[in-house]
Design a protein around this ligand. Structure first.
Ligand SMILES: C[S@@+](CC[C@H](N)C(=O)[O-])C[C@H]1O[C@@H](n2cnc3c(N)ncnc32)[C@H](O)[C@@H]1O
Length: 184
């Protein structure tokens, strides 16, 4: 279910291209995901494919899914050899599971409030036994971390770790960002 204005994939990607051109590491999410040694990753809410493309560059099998055509078009333009799908995560049922499902870049905050639990449950359902759901999003923006934890728990996943950044800075009660690892 779309709740944000239509995104512009080219403009979204150009922001990251500009940051990368300054020497900034724009692959913190992919680095953390890679540290778990996955062979397969579902990049859930992949946008223009920043995370999936970097993971694939390291030999990991990826599928990028996003509800926004403009974002997926840009991902396909950047990496036509990779697998992309336009679909709503809240109702996604791929019939397969992954070593890691990653939600990078505030994905739940771009989803309708009423569909956020379904989005988390659906993403969790695509995690294989022993696999992980890794999600990073800002706090204090109307989606409580407890809601996400509850949706994960109800979908059979337990909280394994939580940081306030993709490079594993400690999470505290004052943290404005959370990176959560839930395991099945
Ligand atoms: C800020 S972008 C992050 C893109 C990418 N993960 C990254 O980190 O660069 C958030 C993305 O979540 C996607 N999204 C939000 N709700 C979604 C849903 N229900 N199903 C699929 N994609 C969704 C949006 O279309 C958008 O591309």
């Amino acid at each position: 279910m779309r709740v944000v204005p239509r995104l512009d994939g080219r403009a979204y990607q150009s922001r990251f291209d500009e940051l990368a051109a300054t020497g900034m590491d724009v692959h913190g999410e992919a680095s953390l995901v890679r540290s778990f040694g996955p062979q397969t990753v579902l990049d859930a809410g992949c946008g223009t494919g920043r995370v999936a493309i970097e993971l694939a560059r390291h030999g990991i099998g990826t599928l990028g899914v996003d509800v926004d055509d403009s974002m997926i078009s840009e991902a396909r333009r950047l990496a036509p050899e990779l697998a992309w799908a336009t679909a709503d995560l809240a109702t996604l049922s791929l019939g397969r599971q992954f070593d890691v499902v990653v939600l990078a870049g505030n994905v739940p905050l771009f989803c309708a409030v009423a569909m956020r639990a379904a989005l988390a449950a659906s993403c969790a359902a695509h995690v294989r036994a022993g696999g992980r759901l890794i999600a990073g999003f800002e706090l204090n923006r109307g989606y409580e971390i407890a809601e996400f934890d509850t949706a994960c728990r109800e979908a059979g996943l337990g909280l394994e770790d939580r940081w306030c950044s993709w490079d594993r800075a400690p999470f505290t009660d004052e943290s404005a960002y959370s990176v959560s690892v839930h395991a099945r």
